[in-house]
Design a protein around this ligand. Sequence first.
Ligand code: G3P
Length: 226
Amino acid sequence: MEFMIDTANLEEIKNYNNLIPLSGVTSNPTIVKKEGKIDFYQHMRQIRKIIGDQISLHIQVVATDYEGIIKDAKAIIENIDKEVYIKIPVNEAGIQAIKTLKNEGYHVTATAVYTKFQAYLAIAAKADYIAPYYNRMENLNIDPNDLVKEVSKEIARTNSNSKILGASFKNVNQVNSALENGAHAATMSVDIIKTALTMPSIQKAVNDFNKDWESIFGNGLVIADL
Ligand code: G3P
């Protein structure tokens, strides 16, 4: 199970790289926009510096035609590093580019996946990760759990190395469903993780334990002080 964060914010990346067992950092042009008019390559190199080379970095292309996507991918690789996972939407130009880049040995994340068919093509093109858009699918009345279940069966049946990277989550329940139905990884905004780990019931349990401890050993004394 891999947990990734869907952000280009350096502070969030520093913070959550320390907090959780982080597997990757993903973004798209909408997420990049939140950082303002950054020096794009320099910013992405800073992210790499923060996460190191054991955590995957996924960067999305912007060009929409085949030649343009390949040029974007090569520019990302030259200006950041060759371990970057090039995120490419699965449409006509995208699947063609995924095929080329995988044949040339690069890492690819197939994104903007709404249908099983897109995912099956991406498996056949040997994409490393396949990113179904959970919440967006639900909004379109497409069942994301069914997609994840069937695509994970197909990955197993064909002995493929592709992994399902659930994306576009709006709440922790959707993340759980993706993982329970066969997603190998999930990328989410840090707000989802924060909400899940700061729920009042957890804090109440901690406060109650501390109250009991203090009633015996005194205020402010922890185990290490004994
Ligand atoms: O990584 C892209 C995906 O997470 C899109 O999310 O929130 O725009 O549906 P969203």
